[in-house]
Design a binder for this molecule. Structure first.
Ligand code: XBP
Ligand code: MG
Length: 255
């Protein structure tokens, strides 16, 4: 089947957003609300097991602050988490607008090449829509939002990754079958989601995900790489290339 579209995860894949972006923004929201919760780099790695910021706050409370949970009736707690998360989104997008988070190696080059060759593009993520548009605007320019035919994000589907729902939603919207597409992910939750939708998946792992299980990935890389910056294959091969190009992606799609 001919490759028609590239489906990109955002956090960890387009950019290393978690440690110096999302994590910092959560901590700023907690401090502003006079909560003495501090998500260290290590603790945050553990909390990443749950996708979605609101879901992650609740997961943290379940693990470490049962007494806090018990203070509030369910409805009040939901609202409290929602408010905290809205402030977190504010602080996160503020960090992006300061240029705190660059794209990962090879991403801009690959998007340019894909667009030149008329591949269709989509974003498939559990993060809040505002975070996606802010990242794109601040790294690739305002017009880049239009490069993506679908931006599937956040609460658009009730079950976030590792559920396959966000990928099946995107395939439906684009009227494409899984074998006409390839997915780009960085985490175990991400690949469970893409494989659940029967998508071939390229993994670029990062600091937080290097110990994850990527069984089923078509290749596992440390980065996409650039002509002057070779990537390493952790699992699988890229046909002898030193970085990922559209030719590499077609090679992987045909495997
Ligand atoms: C991304 C996430 C998100 C972000 C926070 O996972 O897990 O929860 O960390 O985003 P993936 P929000 O890369 O698998 O999509 O706070 O906006 O939910
Ligand atoms: Mg990710």
């Amino acid at each position: 089947m001919t490759l028609k579209a590239l489906l990109f995860d955002v956090d960890g894949t387009l950019a290393d957003t978690e440690r110096d972006g999302h994590r910092v923004a959560f901590n700023r929201a907690f401090a502003e609300a006079d909560l003495d919760w501090d998500w260290t780099v290590d603790l945050y790695g553990e909390l990443l097991a749950v996708t979605g910021g609101k879901e992650r706050i609740r997961h943290f409370l379940n693990l470490y602050h049962q007494e806090f949970l018990k203070q509030y009736p369910e409805e009040e707690l939901t609202q409290l988490i929602k408010n905290l998360h809205a402030r977190k989104t504010y602080f996160y997008t503020q960090l992006l607008s300061e240029g705190a988070i660059p794209l990962r190696s090879g991403i801009k080059r690959l998007l340019d090449e894909a667009r030149q060759q008329n591949y269709r593009l989509a974003i498939v993520t559990t993060t809040t829509p505002e975070n996606v548009t802010s990242l794109l605007e601040n790294t690739l320019g305002k017009e880049s939002i239009e490069w993506f035919e679908v931006i599937a994000a956040g609460d658009i589907v009730p079950a976030k990754k590792p559920a396959a729902d966000i990928y099946t939603y995107t395939l439906d919207k684009m009227d494409l079958s899984a074998d006409q597409c390839i997915a780009f992910e960085d985490s175990s939750n991400g690949i469970q989601s893409s494989l659940g939708a029967n998508l071939k998946t390229i993994i670029t792992q990062n600091h937080y995900t290097e110990s994850h299980d990527f069984t089923g990935a078509v290749v596992v890389l440390d980065q996409m790489g650039e002509p002057n910056q070779a990537c390493s294959c952790i699992d699988g091969d890229i046909d002898g290339a030193s970085y990922v190009s559209m030719a590499t992606i077609n090679y992987l799609h045909n495997k």
